[in-house]
Design a protein around this ligand. Structure first.
Ligand code: ATR
Length: 284
């Protein structure tokens, strides 16, 4: 790619960002579409976040992604927060438009896009159990509630957080927060199980967040972890006849949706998925 005076700039703001796969995926997307755009990663400390946002704005960046730990803190530096991001309580994508900074959240929509495209699952009228009540759980549960899930039960180690999230979701669906001890019964009655905690993530490959005996053949099990691609939870689920869905697609589609917001063009999702997989394989 030729870098010129008119190259359009986008990027990622987080801490750390060294292992992020977004630059490789997004730069490939721009190049595949023949767009003179670039995507750079910026490691920004919490104390410097406001200055970094002001800098990106005055340097004319068209947009940027925001990752941990800045997804909540960035909100106070923006001019407008779209409804999805407001309800989720976090921003992962900023768009600069006519000198205004608009915050949105493509994490939940990216998850749902990936779920539907990869498994054909129709969330309307379905019963969902979500493991975890952190940022990822908020994005996914909000999106599933808005998409018509009939019931959402949140299971979390810290039960209070599960109850708080459930209360928030009650605007759109039937929701409750339950303790890990009640998870098995809930899973037996569920159609979709979404795993949002770090249990089972590299290098703790043997971690499994639920009793494998609660998994069953009428269940779709979705694990947001993408390293490893197949967690122990997904292996246990598959062995019991459940359909499985890995976290790679969420990473891919949250990026694809950001690309579409910035450029106004369809993202080359297939090519982005290929480079993402290749890059993850290269890092072991
Ligand atoms: P993210 O943005 O990835 O969702 P987060 O907001 O820090 O990250 O949330 C992490 C979630 O994983 C929380 O629900 C956390 O449970 P607590 O609320 O009890 O802290 C959950 N989690 C992390 N490690 C866990 C573990 N070892 N066992 C069970 N739950 C865990």
């Amino acid at each position: 790619m030729k870098l010129e005076a008119e190259t359009e700039k986008t990027g990622l703001v987080g801490h750390p960002v060294a292992h992020s796969k977004s630059p490789v995926m997004m730069n490939e997307a721009f190049s595949q579409e023949g767009l003179p755009w670039i995507y750079l990663a910026f490691d920004v400390d919490s104390e410097e976040l406001g200055q970094a946002v002001a800098g990106l704005k005055s340097l004319g960046f068209r947009g940027w992604n925001v990752t941990l730990p800045h997804k909540v803190a960035v909100m106070e530096h923006l001019d407008e927060i779209e409804e999805s991001a407001q309800e989720i309580g976090a921003v992962n994508t900023v768009i600069q438009q006519d000198g205004r900074l608009i915050g949105t959240n493509t994490d939940g929509a990216g998850y749902l896009e990936s779920l539907v495209r990869e498994t054909g699952f129709d969330v309307k009228g379905r019963r969902v159990v979500i493991l975890g009540a952190g940022g990822a759980a908020r994005a996914v549960s909000y999106t599933l509630a808005r998409a018509g899930a009939e019931q959402i039960r949140i299971v979390n180690r810290t039960e209070k957080k599960a109850q708080d999230l459930a209360e928030h979701l009650r605007r759109w669906t039937r929701a409750d927060g339950i303790s890990p001890g009640e998870a098995s019964i809930a899973i037996r009655e569920a159609d979709l199980l979404v795993q949002t905690t770090s249990v089972g993530m590299h290098p703790h490959l043997e971690g499994c967040p639920v009793d494998p005996a609660s998994l069953h053949g009428d269940l779709l099990v979705s694990d947001l972890i993408y390293r490893p691609r197949q967690t122990r939870l997904l292996r246990e689920a598959k062995a019991r006849g459940a359909q499985v869905h890995s976290g790679l697609g969420m990473l891919l589609y949250q990026g694809a949706l950001a690309f579409e917001r910035w450029t106004g063009r369809r993202a080359p999702v297939k090519r982005m998925g290929e480079v993402l997989k290749q890059s993850l394989e290269e890092s072991g």
